[in-house]
Ligand binder design. Structure first.
Ligand SMILES: C[S@@+](CC[C@H](N)C(=O)[O-])C[C@H]1O[C@@H](n2cnc3c(N)ncnc32)[C@H](O)[C@@H]1O
Ligand SMILES: [Mg+2]
Length: 240
């Protein structure tokens, strides 16, 4: 982890569940990415996405869970969820919120790297919007691969390193629209899809699906677009 980066998130930890606050973009993305994760898991593991608890019996870890925006709904879909974040403040916010909503999530203030060292395994590993914040991409990816049980699925979301992502995610989102505090992202840490694939390959993982998430300023809506990975994108990988 990168202590300075984690401190930036700790400073605004109380805002995680404010849909109009500093995490507004994540709240806006949440329905899209949750449906994508649910459908991907169900497709890969042969489950019915329309069942009341489509993820029942699965062990999920949400790495860099922040306030638990993904961890909580994953638990409500039936999964047994562990949420970990390097920031103690984030984990505190997440645990308080889960208690308020009566959602069972097992939160721990630790890093992906430390959890992997403990030898725990999960059917689903989520690392959504985290990899562009870590100090050592290779060590982080190695840890994610170690956390994956045989036949497990790894979900990743990040930002592409393109001129367009500089214009939209840095200048637009941090300086003009002020959606995010300045300095939230370092454009040089964004990863091209080819770099993401190259990072996971040495650990026997391959990307199976990728989709872009595009923002339309006229309708003020996000949507999935598999043909436009220029700015935000997510996908899943598995062994082999
Ligand atoms: C942009 S937030 C993503 C929050 C959440 N995954 C979501 O998408 O709603 C990134 C989070 O990753 C955490 N983080 C950074 N490096 C980490 C690491 N190596 N292990 C665990 N958490 C980490 C930060 O503390 C921060 O809360
Ligand atoms: Mg980010």
């Amino acid at each position: 982890m990168d202590p300075e980066d984690v401190a930036r998130f700790s400073a605004i930890a109380a805002e995680w569940w404010d849909p109009t606050g500093k995490f507004k973009p994540l709240h806006r993305l949440n329905p899209l990415r949750l449906a994508y994760i649910r459908d991907g898991v169900c497709k890969r593991l042969g489950r019915d996405p329309l069942a009341p608890n489509p993820l029942a019996g699965l062990r999920v870890v949400d790495i860099g869970c922040g306030g638990g925006l993904l961890a909580e709904p994953m638990a409500r879909m039936g999964a047994t969820v562990v949420g970990v974040d390097a920031s103690e403040k984030n984990v505190h916010t997440a645990a308080v919120h889960a208690a308020e909503t009566g959602t069972a999530v097992d939160y721990h203030a630790t890093t992906a790297e430390a959890l992997a060292a403990s030898g725990e395994k999960f059917d689903v590993v989520l690392a959504m919007e985290v990899i562009e914040h870590v100090a050592d991409v290779d060590l982080f990816v190695k840890s994610l691969s170690e956390l994956l049980a045989p036949g497990g699925v790894l979900f990743l979301a990040t930002l592409n390193r393109t001129p367009k992502s500089f214009a939209l995610a840095i200048v637009g989102a941090e300086y003009i629209l002020r959606w995010l505090p300045r300095g939230t992202h370092n454009w040089r840490q964004f990863l091209r899809p080819s770099e993401l694939n190259a990072a996971i390959r040495p650990y026997g993982l391959g990307v199976r699906d990728l989709t872009g998430i595009t923002y339309n300023p006229l309708s003020d809506e996000f949507r999935l677009n598999p043909r436009d990975l220029d700015v935000n994108y997510m996908g899943w990988a598995e062994r082999g």
